[in-house]
Every structure is written in structure tokens, then in C-alpha cells.
Design a protein around this ligand. Sequence first.
Ligand SMILES: *Cc1c(COP(=O)(O)O)cnc(C)c1O
Length: 360
Amino acid sequence: MERVYNFSAGPSVLPLPVLEEAQRELMNANGSGMSVMEMSHRSSLFKDIIAEAEELLRDLMDIPDNYKVLFLQGGASTQFAMVPLNLMSKNKKADYVNTGVWAKKAISEAKRYGTVNVVASSEDQTFNYIPDLDESTFSEDADYFHITINNTIYGTRYTRLPDTGHVPLVTDASSGILSEVYPVSKFGLIYAGAQKNIGPAGLTIAIIREDLIGNAMEFTPTMMDYKTHADNNSMYNTPPTFAIYMAMLVFRWLKKLGGVPEIEKYNIEKAKLLYDFLDNSDLFRGTAAPKDRSLMNVPFVLPTEELNKKFISEAQKAGLVNLAGHRSVGGMRASIYNAMPIEGVKALVSFMEKFELENK
Ligand SMILES: *Cc1c(COP(=O)(O)O)cnc(C)c1O
């Protein structure tokens, strides 16, 4: 079996031991004589799976007891609406930072439900940096403050969280969750689609402080009210059972590796290999501001569009796949999520060195 190094931004690479375990259990999970896909979500076997997934995530992220962990569907994009529907209910006002396409989508969705104050934006430079935040521009009476902690398309990340005082900090952590230590208690709500750093598409995780649950706008659909899912342990309706099982296996794998502090060190080492190469190259150029560089998504360009195309196509032939940048920015992007082994990054850097020599 020939596996490639898959640098896709999402859905993305999964740990090989996890895929192997899922394969072993595919026909007969835990002696049940059936696949997890075929099991009732009300069965005791599945209840054990979702309970273990939650317990492992609580352990990995050190989630305080006054936070609920919800297993949802609809992707981060559904959270763009659920967040305002549930949280924008007191003063109908929220602060947002515009750091890219995903932040913009979150902003335009929130505008349907109340007043949005965009406190800062990095649109002037194609979102290649995280803007400085001036606390005096924050709204005192905002119902929450929203950031996108890792910007998947531009390869930027917050290395310092804004001090929002009593205003709950909400983050879209789709591409950053579990890649480095997040101080959960500094947030009111963390949400993430699973398909970047957790498991297959179809599962969305929300980690929400309990006092933020139960205040949804009156017309909020039942399925979009956090309270519905919190009151029913994410079992109000059929949850994405197989995706939750896969996430549980990924959490086990991560715990065995030493948890988030260990993977953070590994991610820093992996990212450094690429950034050091880019900083010293005469041909390749990293596009994100060095102070705000992501550990997970590394965008870069060559001097011409023709060379970009050539690089992507030759890399593909060498088993380094999905290196094209997001369709809105072009160029290249290497997504090096938790499951990307350092060997993959080394193979990419060697390939780039060779490409540079041949194309100078
Ligand atoms: C991928 C991504 C999204 C979109 O997620 P869906 O699950 O497809 O809705 C939103 N925000 C960020 C930061 C992402 O990386």
C-alpha cells in the first residue's frame, strides 16, 4: 500500500495507527459483531464511545468542569449562525476581528441577528497578518468578542489573546484546536469543525461555558440551540456516530503521544523546518508575517504563476499532494496538522531544495 504525504487543508491527513485501528474494527467493533456505523446511537457500546471521546478531550484540553463539550454537526459554518443566535441575546451586539474569509463569513452571518462592530481587520494586506488590537475600541456592552484563532487560508495565528474583560471571548478554532495549548478558561466558547485536526468531516465540536447556554433568541431552531444539545448529552438526535468514534481514536492516539504540550513541541519543530527553509530561500517566499505564523498552515509562493503550477504538479508526482493554496489566494500551502509526521515535512523541504536548484 502506497500512502502519500497529504498536505490538504481539510479534510486532511489522519494518523496511520488510527486508520489501522478503525480498519481492524470496521466489521466487528469491540466484539459486537457489527461496525460502529451500524450501531444504534442509544446502544451502550456507542454510549461508551461518546463518553470516552468527551473524557479524553476534557483531559487533553484541560477543560474546566463548568464547560460543556458538545458533539454537533453542520461544520464551523453552522456555528457562524449558532454563536449569534445563542449569545447575541442580551445587547444584540458583538465585536469581531476580520482576519480572512472565515472571519468574514462569521461576521456577515452575525449581522443578520444584531450589531457587529469589526474592531480590526487585516484585509489591507490580503490577511497576511493578525492586526494589533486596541482595547479602547472594544465594545463595553458586547455580548461576546469573536476571533479566528488560526487562519487556515493565510497561515496566520494569534500568539496573544485579546483581553476582553467580562465580555466572553469566542473563537473559531477549526484549524488550531489541539495543535497547541489553549487556556480554555480564557474563552466563553471554542468551536471547531473536526476535519482539520480531529477526525473525519461531519463532526463539529463546541466547548462552551455553562452560563452561556440557555439564552438563545426566541426564534432559534431547536437544533441550533446549544441548550438542546447540552441537556441531551449531544444525543437529542442521531449524532455523527462514526465521526465521533474516529475522533475518540484520534484523542487516544494524541494522549498516548503525551498530549497537547508534547504535540505542540512537535508542531513547532515541524513548522520551523519549513519556515527556516523559506527564510533562507532565494526562490520561495513565505507569505505570512513572521510574528503571526501558523503552526498548522504554511502558505508560500514562487516568483511566477508558471513556477507555482510547475511546483504543485511535480510535487504531486513525488507523492507530496494537495499543496495548492486556497482558491482565493493561489500559490502554495502546506497544511501540517498534528497527524502529519515530521518525515513528511522533511520530504517536502528536500523536494523544495531540489526544485530551487533546478529552477534558479
Ligand atoms: C475549514 C474552516 C471553516 C469551515 O468549516 P466547515 O466545517 O466546512 O464549515 C471555518 N473556519 C475555519 C478557521 C476553517 O479552517
